[in-house]
Design a binder for this molecule. Structure first.
Ligand SMILES: *Cc1c(COP(=O)(O)O)cnc(C)c1O
Length: 450
C-alpha cells in the first residue's frame, strides 16, 4: 500500500490562493510546469523511499522557489567595492547619466538609426558618432563596430588578408576571454611576421622583415602586462615612418585608448588616441568601454580611404554596432567635446577623486556601522589598462574570522557587494562605489555583520 494518491493534483494546487498568485506573477504555463516538476520529484523521492509525501502547502512553497529561480535574472547590478575601476568581470565602465538617458530614449522608441531625416529616406547607421569622433580626435574618418576585438579583426581582414603583417614579438598580447593577437591574425587571413626579441625590438628588425608580401606594420599596446629591465622598442612615429617609406600601412591597436591624460592623476601615461594619429598611424582602434568610459564598442579612426574600405567589407555588417551602444557612445563623446568628461564620466570621476575623499567616505561608512577600521590601500584601473599602476585610497576594513565566507555573504545579499581580502582582512574601497549605491552598501554590510 502506498500513499502516492495523497499527493495533491496539479488542478487542485492551481485553484488554491497561492496557486492563483503564482499564475498572476509567472503565467499559467510556467506555473503548471513548476508544479508538475515538484510533484514528479516528490513521487520519485517517495518511491526511492527517501521521503514522505509532502502536503499541499509544502508543494506550493517548493514550486514558488522553482519559479523564482527560473525567472530571476542572471545579469543584475552589483556594488563594486573592489577598488578595480574597469573591472572586466563586473561589466567594465558604468555609464554617465546622459549616456543612460540616450539609451532609454533610443531603446524605447523608434529612432533615426538608419534614416536620413533631411531626405526622408534610408540613411546609414555608420553616420552616428562619426562627426563627434572626427572633430574630437582631429581624424579624417571614423567607424564604430561591436567591440575592439572586432575592430582589430575587421582592420586586418579588410586590409591585410593574404598578406603579411609585421609585429614585435613583445606585443603578441592575450587580452583574456580568448583574444590573442596571433589567433586574431590567423582568423583574418593575414600572415603574422614577428620580429625582435621578447624584451628588445629595433627599428632595423622591422625594416629587415619587410617583403613584397607585407601589407602593414601593427603595433599593439601591452595593455595588461609590463616588460621591465633591459628593454627597448621603437616609437610609433618611427614605425609609421618605416611603413610609409616602404608604401605600407601602420596600424595601432591601442586597447584602452585614453582621450585624456592619465598622468595627471599620478598614474603612468596611458597612450592617447590623439597621439597615435599625430604619430602617423593610418588606423587606430580602441575600446568604447575601457578608459573611454562608454558602452561596449570598437572604434576605428584614421584615413578616410581606409575607413571606406572597412565600411564596405562584408565583415563590417557582421560586427556592426547596436543602436543603444551608438546612442550611449555619442553621449559619452559629447562629454569630452564639452570638456566635462572628468565631471560626468564615472570612470574618470573615480580616477580623479583624491585619496582624502576616499578617507572621508570610508569614515562616514565606519561611523554609520559603528564597526571597522580605515586603512590606506591602493585602487587599480584594471580593464586592460595601466598594468601594475595604482592610485592611493583609503578602505574600510573588517577583521572577521572567516573572510571568504564574509565575501560570499556580501555577494548573496539582496544588494550584492563585491569586496576583496587583503592581509586576511575584508576590504571595501569607496573609489569604485557609486554615490547612489552607498545606502544599499551600508544595508548589506549591516545585515552581514550581524
Ligand atoms: C581590450 C583590448 C582588445 C579587445 O577590446 P574589446 O573591446 O574588449 O573587444 C584588443 N586589443 C587590446 C590591446 C586590448 O587591450
Amino acid at each position: 500500500m502506498n500513499d502516492l494518491h495523497n499527493l495533491p493534483s496539479v488542478d487542485a494546487l492551481l485553484r488554491t490562493d497561492l496557486g492563483e498568485t503564482y499564475i498572476n506573477a509567472y503565467g499559467h504555463d510556467l506555473t503548471v510546469l513548476a508544479i508538475r516538476e515538484i510533484l514528479e520529484e516528490a513521487r520519485s523521492a517517495y518511491l526511492a523511499q527517501e521521503t514522505k509525501i509532502p502536503g499541499q502547502q509544502e508543494v506550493l512553497e517548493r514550486a514558488q522557489h522553482r519559479l523564482h529561480a527560473w525567472t530571476s535574472p542572471t545579469l543584475y547590478p552589483v556594488i563594486n567595492a573592489s577598488g578595480v575601476i574597469l573591472h572586466t568581470n563586473l561589466g567594465r565602465a558604468p555609464l554617465s547619466a546622459e549616456a543612460l538617458r540616450a539609451i532609454q530614449d533610443v531603446g524605447g522608441q523608434f529612432s533615426t538609426l538608419e534614416f536620413d531625416m533631411e531626405k526622408g529616406e534610408r540613411g546609414s547607421r555608420l553616420a552616428h558618432a562619426n562627426d563627434l569622433l572626427t572633430r574630437l580626435l582631429d581624424a579624417e574618418a571614423a567607424l564604430v563596430v561591436n567591440n575592439n576585438a572586432s575592430a582589430v579583426l575587421l582592420m586586418l581582414k579588410a586590409l591585410a588578408s593574404g598578406q603579411e603583417v609585421v609585429i614585435a614579438r613583445s606585443q603578441l598580447v592575450e587580452i583574456g576571454g580568448g583574444f590573442r593577437i596571433p589567433n586574431v591574425m590567423r582568423q583574418s587571413g593575414a600572415k603574422l611576421v614577428e620580429v625582435g626579441a621578447t624584451n628588445r625590438v629595433h627599428l632595423s628588425d622591422y625594416e629587415q622583415a619587410l617583403s613584397v608580401e607585407t601589407a602593414a606594420i601593427l603595433r599593439v599596446h601591452r595593455s595588461n602586462f609590463a616588460i621591465v629591465g633591459f628593454t627597448t622598442e621603437p616609437q610609433l612615429n618611427e614605425i609609421a615612418q618605416v611603413a610609409h617609406k616602404n608604401g605600407l600601412l601602420a596600424f595601432d591597436d591601442l586597447g584602452s585608448g585614453a582621450l585624456l591624460d592619465t598622468a595627471q592623476y599620478g598614474l603612468e601615461h596611458e597612450p592617447m588616441v590623439q597621439e597615435s594619429l599625430a604619430d602617423g598611424a593610418d588606423l587606430v582602434c580602441f575600446s568604447g568601454d575601457k578608459l573611454l568610459g562608454g558602452p561596449q564598442a570598437g572604434i576605428l579612426v584614421g584615413r578616410s580611404e581606409l575607413i571606406d574600405r572597412l565600411k564596405i567589407h562584408p565583415l563590417a555588417r557582421a560586427v556592426r554596432a547596436d543602436k543603444m551602444a551608438l546612442a550611449a557612445l555619442s553621449a559619452t563623446l559629447l562629454h569630452y567635446l564639452k570638456g566635462e568628461a572628468e565631471e560626468k564620466i564615472p570612470v574618470w570621476q573615480m580616477m580623479a577623486a583624491p585619496a582624502e575623499d576616499m578617507r572621508q567616505r570610508a569614515e562616514t561608512w565606519r561611523k554609520a556601522l559603528g564597526r571597522g577600521e580605515i586603512l590606506p590601500s591602493r585602487s587599480t584601473v584594471g580593464g586592460g589598462s595601466l598594468p601594475g599602476e595604482s592610485l592611493p585610497t583609503f578602505a574600510l576594513t573588517f577583521r572577521v574570522s572567516q573572510p571568504h565566507q564574509f565575501l560570499a555573504a556580501l555577494r548573496a545579499s539582496p544588494s550584492p557587494v563585491i569586496a576583496r581580502i587583503h592581509d586576511e582582512k575584508v576590504l571595501l574601497d569607496p573609489r569604485t562605489v557609486l554615490p547612489h549605491q552607498e545606502e544599499d552598501l551600508l544595508k548589506t554590510l549591516e545585515s552581514v555583520l550581524k
